[in-house]
Design a protein around this ligand. Structure first.
Ligand SMILES: Nc1ncnc2c1ncn2[C@@H]1O[C@H](COP(=O)(O)OP(=O)(O)O)[C@@H](O)[C@H]1O
Ligand SMILES: N[C@@H](CC(=O)OP(=O)(O)O)C(=O)O
Length: 800
């Protein structure tokens, strides 16, 4: 005979309960079955809420009606009215008394399992099966010890085997999970999720061949899939491993589930009743032999800390703490103590927190009075993340990931054999933290959650590239870049699940106005880990918010040059914030688009090869214009218009011609090599002819093409045969001199030789004194710039 346990989630109204009945029919056709049944859907939670309301003296009638309305299944011949009356009377008594009582509470919640088992019995009978309802209070006996139940195995086994031996061969017992009796026959419960324990107890008493646990998930995963989307199913576990997971909060198994199976060697299988036939997790004596790794969580616990100089070197403090707690039946889940004995921190269940504080305040009243203990502090909103199984450097990896995500670690406890590490974090950070820890420890696929500002040429291309090549990056780099939000200057979209090819339509249809404060708030409260902001705008306003972004714990990638070229004070302040928070800011595309320039300069600078000079054509658009103008017979304005049409220039091409863009790039490079320069320090030769400097809109400027053309024709006429014009940025480090000017270059020199919209940078260093390092290639264009930002993102991924 095998024991099949159905959890509440598998017995919800509609399809779930229908599938459960189907599964029972199929399974009993090959081997006799006994069923253990939990309360249906959210029934236990509803009953607990009813109990609390009644104790508080509130009117429970509507909730009671709702509860019974949920239990009713159309067409089923089951009269629950006597149960409704009995429960109502119990609740009314509670309303009158207004006191809490655990035995009455257990009687109230027991209605969930009883009604559920009656319902399943009737549903099976409807299918022609000989189902027999069994109230586990007649089978299982236990005593309440502290907040726990100690089952009387011998008596329970005797009662259970007697019940089973009285069954006819074709009969299917439908046993209530979760509930039992105490020696006086009063109702007790085995603790939340206790039906699993009922099932394994019954199985061990009747020597079942196996236990099947039918739930809403097809096995035990490396972390709760509720939090960690890329958790992996563990196909095979040993009892010891499963027990370890159950003890540390993997909700799928009640903490005691495994114990009855160990001696009898009965295997436990976990299946999803929503996917019949799909392989689940097998738990047996052997396990897979490979060892497990998993991360489990315990929510809503309280951290108690006791601090004070008076604790230093005092003997017996710990003993007093724990004996006071134990005499009040408060169990401690985790302890951590600093070696200096200046303080001790431990975790208790939230329900016990208030009592813990009272008990300890009383116990240490003298020490508190003398200030030997400065305070006893209770922090209620805590959660534990437990890393189970042996792994190399788990703790280090977890701490690294948590710090990068600005998640505060309140307490660490590491078992001596290194097979178990518990980390205490704020409840509100739990989702983010468990993802970070899981992915760090498993070296599993990392996720970057990207919020992108700017959907223009570069921003839009980046998002399209991400959508197009996302799978490739997952395969090759084990990195998923999820676009969780996009904002332009007016509107924004945000979704924790991310956007794919449809981001443009979603943004177009969005009604949500862009509001920076709101975006930061959404990201901070989202529970998303590894958040990166992309700035592909040219907004100074946004760059001024970078410190807020960094201080919120997010990294930045930007093609926007402003943050690096506005005041040095801002530049330095941002670097300090980045350092303090351990955050990253990559901006390789600020100079030379996708060319690996900034990185090369950083490396040279950091390796102490003194950079003496950087000279070159910094602007792709002006490169194009002068490469063409120098050798083709067309007028300057014709070539300017061509460059604009190709998307090389700013919408108002004067922004390129005035030299400001090149000056910004020079400043960025100068600061990379350690100069504290400001934009005003750059000597810029503007390409806007002085006579056209005061003209308003760009169209009006272009209407003066003749003047513009005449101006540049004169300059061109002064060239020697082997010379061309180049607009050159020059950074002379020792002299602290930065210039931007139109120069005549020999056609045979590297500068004179560049084509199309190429950029060229000559880097002179102490080692490359006369023959500079030359970096050359396409220095403008949305596609290459977006690629550059993309590779910055991938670099950030490498840091997680
Ligand atoms: N490591 C884990 N593997 C699988 N499920 C887990 C894990 N940790 C927590 N869970 C949660 O356990 C739930 C199933 O347990 P439970 O709620 O008790 O189900 P049931 O009502 O069927 O007894 C799943 O829905 C899942 O969210
Ligand atoms: N109904 C009880 C017992 C139980 O085990 O339920 P489930 O099998 O749905 O986790 C509870 O909710 O705690």
């Amino acid at each position: 005979m095998k024991v099949l346990k159905f959890g509440g989630k598998s017995l919800g109204n509609g399809e779930p309960v229908k599938s459960a009945i189907d599964i029972i029919q199929k399974e009993q056709s090959t081997e006799a079955v006994a069923l253990v049944i939990s309360a249906r859907g959210q029934s236990t939670d509803l009953l607990l809420a009813l109990y609390a309301k009644a104790v508080a003296g509130a009117d429970v009638t509507p909730d009671l009606e709702n509860f019974f309305a949920y239990q009713y299944i159309k067409g089923l011949n089951l009269d629950l009215s006597s149960y409704q009356t009995e429960l109502q009377q119990l609740l009314e008594a509670l309303q009158l008394l207004g006191v809490t009582n655990n035995r009455i509470k257990d009687r109230v919640v027991a209605f969930g399992e009883v009604i559920s088992a009656l319902t399943v019995t009737e549903l099976l009978r409807q299918q022609g099966l000989d189902a027999v309802f069994a109230d586990a209070r007649q089978l299982l006996v236990g005593r309440c010890v502290a907040n726990d139940v100690a089952v009387d195995f011998a008596l329970s086994k005797e009662k259970t085997t007697r019940f089973f031996s009285a069954l006819a061969p074709q009969q299917i017992p439908v046993i209530t999970g979760f509930i039992a009796s105490d020696p006086e026959g009063k109702t007790i419960t085995l603790g939340r999720n206790g039906s699993n324990y009922t099932a394994t107890l019954i199985a061990s008493f009747i020597q079942a061949t196996e236990v099947q646990n039918w739930t809403d998930i097809d096995g035990v995963y490396t972390a709760s899939p509720k939090y960690v989307k890329n958790a992996q199913k563990i196909p095979h576990l040993s009892y010891r491993e499963a027990n370890e997971l159950a003890n540390f909060g993997a909700r799928i198994l009640h903490a005691k589930t495994i114990l009855p199976l160990v001696e009898s060697g009965i295997p436990l299988k976990i299946f999803s009743s929503f996917a019949y036939g799909r392989e689940g997790t097998l738990i047996d004596e052997k396990g897979s032999g490979k060892g497990i790794k998993a991360v489990s969580t315990i929510e809503d616990v309280s951290l108690v800390s006791i601090e004070g100089r008076g604790l230093l070197g005092k003997v017996g403090i710990d003993a007093r703490i724990f004996s006071a707690l134990s005499s009040n039946s408060i169990s401690v889940r985790l302890i951590s103590q600093a070696s200096s004995e200046r303080g001790i921190g431990f975790i208790v269940n939230k329900e016990d927190a208030q009592l813990t504080e009272q008990v300890l305040t009383k116990e240490f009243s003298e020490e508190l009075g003398h200030q030997d203990i400065s305070r006893i502090q209770v922090n209620n909103n805590m959660a534990i993340i437990a890393i189970v199984g042996r792994h190399n450097y788990s703790l280090e990896k977890a701490i690294y990931g948590l710090r990068r995500n600005k998640i505060w670690l309140h307490l660490i406890s590491n078992s001596i054999n290194g097979e178990h590490i518990s980390l205490v974090v704020d409840n509100q950070d739990l989702k983010k933290a468990v993802n970070v820890v899981h992915n760090q420890v498993f070296g599993a696929m990392k996720t970057l959650n990207l919020f992108a500002f700017g959907k223009g040429t570069v921003g839009g291309k980046l998002l399209d590239q991400l959508v197009r090549t996302g799978d490739d990056v997952i395969r090759r780099r084990n990195l998923m870049i999820r676009i969780v939000g996009v904002a332009d200057s007016k509107k924004m979209i945000f979704s924790e699940d991310g956007f794919t090819h449809n981001w443009r339509e979603e943004l177009a249809a969005s009604q949500q106005a862009t509001d920076f404060g709101n975006i930061i708030n959404l990201l901070k409260t989202s529970g998303l880990e590894n958040i990166v902001i992309a700035d592909n705008t040219s907004s100074q306003e946004l760059t001024e918010q970078y410190p807020v972004i960094v201080n919120s714990g997010f990294d930045i990638v930007a093609s926007n040059k402003k943050a690096n070229s506005i005041s040095y004070a801002f530049y330095e302040g941002l670097r300090n914030d980045l350092k303090k928070r351990g955050k990253l800011f990559f901006y390789e595309t600020n100079v030379g688009a996708g060319l690996p320039l900034i990185d090369t300069i950083k490396h040279l600078h950091n390796s102490s090869d003194k950079i003496e000079r950087i000279r070159g054509v910094f602007s792709g658009s002006l490169s194009y214009i002068f490469n063409k103008f120098s050798v083709e017979g067309k007028s300057f304005s014709t070539i300017l218009t061509e460059a604009k049409e190709k998307g090389y220039t700013e919408p108002d091409a004067r922004e390129d011609l005035c030299g400001l863009d090149v000056a910004r790039k020079l400043i960025i490079l100068a600061r990379e090599v350690g100069l504290q320069t400001e934009l005003e320090d750059v000597e810029v030769e503007s390409l806007v002819p002085p006579s056209l400097a005061a003209i308003g809109p760009f169209e009006e400027f272009m209407a003066q093409a003749e003047t513009l053309d005449a101006y540049f024709a004169t300059i061109k006429a002064s060239l020697n045969e082997d010379e061309v014009l180049r607009y050159v940025g020059d950074l002379m480090v020792a002299e602290n001199k930065l210039t931007v000017s139109l120069v005549k270059a020999s056609k045979n020199s590297p500068l004179g030789n560049i084509q199309n919209a190429d950029s060229l940078f000559e880097i002179y260093t102490e080692s490359y004194e006369t023959q500079p390092i030359i970096i050359q290639g396409a220095g403008a264009g949305a596609e290459v710039t977006a690629r550059g930002v993309y590779s910055d993102l991938i670099r950030i991924g490498g840091h997680y």
